[in-house]
Design a binder for this molecule. Structure first.
Ligand code: GDP
Ligand code: IMO
Ligand code: MG
Length: 436
């Protein structure tokens, strides 16, 4: 049962796309299990950068099955654009969309903005991709699944219930105008449905036949643990389960079928969106890292907030996900920082704590306590590539000490170290499919 899950351990943008692309070389099936166009996963191949929002990051290999899992909230227009973008680059995606995945509709975009505004200081700073309202409709059973979306009778029936209701909410509760008619939405979205219909397949059957045939399956998470709807920093996260449990529900496989759970860890912290971030860096080091690493949102282009790596949230993440391995990224980006800080614990009301509080108000009061590590020199693109060839032992001693300390503290071994954006800038200590 070689099934491996890849999740973000921090606040997103850890480099999940890069790690999934690497491990996908030995997988036959790659499944995205949550989120939608809020995600931006970058894969760099032969110097060309591909920004994926829905399609799994295994798509750049030929002959893999890429699945849009039932746990996703799909923007059909954006998904079609993504397919076109890949076709334009000479890649014909082999894609299967779960009939149980949900569809983001025009109401959801308007409501995403309106709800954020109403929340004031509690707004998460969403990507405005309609994610929260789409998942709200899923939970209240107003949502439109792909199986209904591609069945024009079912889609029409659902819209007839939804449209007047959403109109009243948008206009009445939020005082906004909404000019689109039911017919106009039906017409536009029916076109998307007809383009995507050939991709809608029984993904449970595809995944389980593959498991039974001892094929290798990679489950790709979007967002990250601290943004999880249950375990993240509520209400500053997203609306799906981004963690390993969500991989099971969002793909349709049982926890007993998962062999490995790899947490992607950026060597520092980045955050797009609002809410407290105890290890946020407020001096020029943040600008240095942001500029050096091009830390701007893949989806929205927003500058990412930068912080030191936080062991409280990482330890929490290891527990929530049941991590079996760590995949570190951005060792090259952090290079050149003279003293690297690592938050080992917090103080809250004058007391030491290693635990993640449930309340965002308590989290905002947590004061980070740091341990300092000597930094390492930047090797330059060619230097890092050479280092990747040499393996873990070729990394600067200071970087090895930093990573080993983190791994030991969380009690999870290092599987992967990334020293650049490309596939070849990778040090693989353990293949996720090698265990059995
Ligand atoms: P994701 O959402 O977790 O897939 O991450 P994003 O793609 O949004 O952001 C990660 C960015 O870092 C992308 O531009 C990647 O190409 C890049 N990246 C990933 N790993 C490394 C690394 O080790 N070094 C450098 N310099 N860039 C990396
Ligand atoms: P990837 O998969 C970073 C953040 C938003 C906001 C909160 C809720 O690329 O790591 P949403 O639009 O989901 O309702 O926004 O979550 N957020 C992300 N931050 N990377 C992402 O995805 C994110 N997806 C959502 O900034 O704070
Ligand atoms: Mg991203």
């Amino acid at each position: 049962m070689p099934v491996a899950v890849i999740v973000g351990t921090q606040w997103g943008d850890e480099g999940k796309g890069k790690v999934v692309d690497y491990y996908a070389s030995r997988a036959q099936v790659i499944v995205r299990f949550n989120g939608g166009a809020n995600a931006g996963h970058t894969v760099v191949l032969k110097g060309k950068s591909y920004k994926l929002h829905h399609i799994p990051s295994g798509v750049l290999y030929p002959n893999k099955i890429n699945i849009i899992g039932n746990g996703m909230a799909v923007d059909p227009k954006k998904l079609i654009q993504e397919i076109e973008m890949l076709k334009g680059a000479g890649i014909k995606p082999s894609l299967a969309i779960s009939p149980r995945a949900h569809v983001v509709l025009p109401y959801h975009f308007v409501l995403d903005g309106a709800e954020e505004e109403r929340k004031g200081g509690l707004a998460a700073g969403t990507t405005k991709r309609g994610i929260g309202p789409c998942y709200s409709d899923k939970a209240s059973r107003f949502g439109v699944r792909f199986c209904e979306f591609i069945d024009s009778g079912a889609f029409r029936e659902k819209l007839a219930i939804l449209h007047p209701l959403k109109l009243r909410i948008i206009e009445g509760a939020y005082g906004l105008s909404f000019s689109r008619t039911q017919e106009d939405i039906f017409r536009e979205y029916s076109q998307y449905a007809s383009v995507l219909a050939p991709y809608v397949k029984d993904t449970v059957e595809i995944i389980h036949s593959a498991i039974e045939a001892k094929k290798r399956i990679l489950l790709e998470g979007a967002q990250a643990t601290m943004l999880d709807i249950d375990h993240g920093l509520y209400p500053f996260g997203t609306s799906s389960n981004t963690t390993a449990g969500g991989a099971c529900t969002g793909a349709g496989i049982g926890p007993t079928q998962v062999d490995e759970v790899v947490g992607v860890v950026k060597a520092y912290t980045s955050r797009v969106g609002s809410g407290p971030l105890p290890t946020e860096i407020t001096d020029s080091t943040a600008d240095f890292i942001r500029n050096k690493g091009g830390e701007y949102g893949t989806t929205t282009g927003r500058p990412r907030r930068i912080g030191w790596l936080d062991m409280v949230t990482l330890r929490y993440s290891a527990r929530i996900n049941g991590l079996t391995g760590l995949a570190f990224t951005r060792i090259d980006t952090l290079a050149g920082v003279k003293k690297v800080k690592l938050c080992t614990h917090y103080t809250l009301d004058g007391k030491k704590t290693l635990l993640m509080p449930a309340s965002h108000r308590d989290f905002a009061r947590c004061k980070p306590v740091y341990r300092e590590f000597p930094g390492w020199k930047d090797a330059g693109i060619d230097g890092w590539r050479k280092c990747a060839k040499g393996g873990f032992k070729a990394l600067p001693a200071q970087a090895r000490a930093y990573l080993s300390f983190i791994s030991k503290s969380v009690g999870v071994p290092i599987y992967f170290v990334s020293v650049g954006a490309g596939r070849e800038d990778s040090i693989v200590l353990k293949d996720v499919f090698g265990r059995r």
